[in-house]
Design a protein around this ligand. Structure first.
Ligand code: ATP
Length: 240
């Protein structure tokens, strides 16, 4: 089997005195879409934050393609190739869509032409963002904001795109469109890890799934096997 792009081993992390992640281990396969599901408060967002250097790993390791990242700053993590689309999108509301996208490229040193060409790609992928490019990001609809946040992440030219809560608050048609774009990016070779509260959407989109419960990864494997598993269906899909 190919070496995973990201390997997390025995990761402990939390906030102040509160430990949230307990020995989290998982392997994100290269050039695949994976999903992370689990009940509210399971620690999914905390894991995303620990991966992107926003909170410190207390112990354990995070290795991207052989490069150790535990303890790295958010800039170093981005520089290493991990972009994070955070829960709630966190756009710069008073800045234009275009400037938000350019913020995603702020660490790049490959020149204006390359960044301009990636901006064109982002607009080609999400044409509505071109139409809205001079509008303040805070005035976009929820779906447009999610597109802008994903496009901003892509402007960093990541090898691994983390998306926290892809579908939250969005209409089904918008979610379908976003999933289509993510599949297209994946076909080009991008590895994607999606935190998704709607397990049906997650299992449909991803080929590998991880389940978290109270700060631990309790199951991992092929999404198709999860979708067929009566225990998963009952716990997360509301059907048996
Ligand atoms: P949800 O799906 O509801 O967003 P989640 O799986 O993403 O849940 P987290 O947001 O990672 O879960 O939260 C895990 C635990 O960490 C919760 O008990 C939460 O109260 C706690 N927590 C989250 N953020 C903080 C913080 N800034 N300070 C202290 N505790 C926090």
């Amino acid at each position: 089997m190919a070496e995973p792009l990201l390997r997390i081993s025995g990761l402990d992390a939390g906030y102040g005195d509160v430990q949230v992640l307990w020995g989290v281990s998982l392997e994100v396969p290269r050039a695949e879409i994976s999903c992370l599901v689990g009940s509210n408060g399971a620690g999914k967002t905390t894991l995303m934050r620990a991966l992107s250097g926003l909170i410190e790993a207390r112990s354990g390791s995070i290795v991207l393609d052989g490069k150790p990242l535990a303890g790295a700053s958010p800039e170093a993590v981005l520089g290493a190739g991990i972009a994070h689309v955070p829960e709630g999108r966190r756009l710069f509301a008073a800045m234009s869509v275009r400037d938000n996208l350019l913020m995603g490229a702020y660490l790049r040193r490959d020149g204006k032409a390359a960044i301009g060409s990636d901006l064109e790609k982002a607009f080609a992928m999400f044409p509505i963002l071109r139409q809205r490019s001079m509008q303040d990001a805070g005035t976009l609809s929820g779906g447009e904001q999610q597109m802008c946040a994903i496009a901003r992440g892509l402007m960093g030219r990541p090898r691994l795109l983390l998306i926290d809560e892809l579908s939250l608050g969005l209409a089904p048609l918008v979610v379908d469109e976003l999933c289509e774009r993510l599949r297209a990016l994946n076909r080009e070779g991008l590895t994607i890890l999606v935190v998704e509260q709607d397990v049906a959407i997650a299992l449909e989109l991803a080929s590998t799934a991880f389940v978290m419960d109270t700060g631990r990864v309790t199951r991992s494997g092929a999404s198709a096997a999860f979708a067929d598993d009566p225990a998963i269906r009952e716990a997360y899909l509301g059907t048996i």
